[in-house]
Design a protein around this ligand. Structure first.
Ligand SMILES: Nc1nc2c(ncn2[C@@H]2O[C@H](COP(=O)(O)OP(=O)(O)OP(=O)(O)O)[C@@H](O)[C@H]2O)c(=O)[nH]1
Ligand SMILES: [Mg+2]
Length: 302
């Protein structure tokens, strides 16, 4: 069912990524046409940079093509381009392994990137694998954040541990860890705030939540999953650096790849951060989350 739909394959993914890949594909299709090889390579370089693949990576890819492209064989050109992207992406293709029960996933990210939606999608993903999933409403700051998570709990049939808005997220984490043990949960998805009064407040709060979790369950959280919004381009890299320094990031979910022409940011993330990309988000629906697959992505991209 849901899991099967997620494997919709390259055609489905390609359709979701059109805003980024149509520009690249159009540029590459132009290769065999009236323009010279040099003109084409210049166009391509600009197109890759516009897609947020990053300046140095775009230059590297174009250099490789300058050496290998004979000016005629467009199919060969496409496969070289695909392989260049794949070679970078495969270095961060490390699927999330649920290696114990309860396995605690703390979901991090600035406001609006898609944390809560991703939790809903993940809940559905793991429920489809017969896991017992518990949600924890650790964003006690934003109005209606708890209700939003509860809605996802209803939709996916998962229990939600909550306190009133304005409550202490550390206390929510404590309740959630205890409940996870008591109810034999396999996975805990812990939502967190994206915005507090200041950035340092937020980081201190996240550190506290981490401490509370690890006191109740050994080594929890087992995954610090950072959600990044692809449409924010290079900003996403800065966010990752800040969260990584403060609390450590063990995996990334890149969301909103469907709505942006900057989907190439995934290549920059792979190259610059070297943090595993666990999932990608390609829409607002519950099935619009895919385990990250470098080959599938590279093929859908070009
Ligand atoms: N197109 C698209 N929209 C998405 C995706 N993921 C999330 N969204 C939308 O992004 C908006 C923000 O999502 P939330 O899940 O509320 O984001 P959040 O990080 O929890 O935000 P705060 O709780 O305010 O910090 C919602 O309208 C989501 O439907 C995605 O992969 N694609
Ligand atoms: Mg939220």
């Amino acid at each position: 069912m849901v899991f099967g739909r997620m494997k919709a394959g390259i055609a489905g993914l390609r359709a979701k990524l059109t805003r980024t890949n149509s520009a690249i594909t159009e540029c590459v299709e132009g290769a065999g046409k009236a323009i010279s090889k040099e003109e084409f390579l210049e166009n391509l370089e600009e197109t890759l940079i516009t897609a947020d693949i990053g300046v140095s990576t775009s230059l590297e890819i174009v250099e490789k093509l300058r050496r290998t492209y004979n000016g005629r064989d467009v199919e060969k050109l496409k496969s070289t381009l695909r392989d260049s992207i794949f070679d970078i992406l495969v270095t961060v293709e490390k699927p999330l392994k649920i290696y114990r029960s309860p396995f605690v996933i703390m979901v991090l990210g600035v406001n609006g990137v898609g944390k809560t939606t991703t939790i809903g999608k993940l809940a559905s993903f793991y429920k489809a694998q017969s896991k017992n999933v518990l949600l924890a409403a650790g964003d006690t700051f934003r109005a209606a954040a708890v209700e939003q998570l509860e809605l996802w709990g209803k939709r996916t049939g998962c229990a939600v541990i909550r306190q009133a808005q304005g409550g202490d997220p550390g206390a929510v984490a404590f309740d959630a860890m205890r409940a996870a043990i008591g109810r034999y949960a396999n996975i805990v998805l812990l939502d967190t705030a994206g915005r507090l009064h200041t950035k340092s407040n937020l980081m201190e709060e996240l550190k506290k939540v981490k401490r509370v979790a690890s006191r109740e369950i050994p080594d929890a959280p087992h995954e610090n999953l950072l959600v990044l919004d692809a449409s924010t381009g290079q900003n996403a890299l800065n966010q990752a650096r800040i969260f990584n320094e403060a609390v450590g990031v063990t995996g990334i979910v890149l969301t909103k790849l469907d709505g942006t022409a900057k989907g190439g940011i995934i290549v920059s993330i792979a190259k610059e951060l070297k943090i595993p990309i666990r999932f990608i988000g390609v829409g607002e629906g519950v099935e619009d989350l895919k385990p990250f697959d470098a080959r599938e992505f590279a093929d859908a991209f070009i």
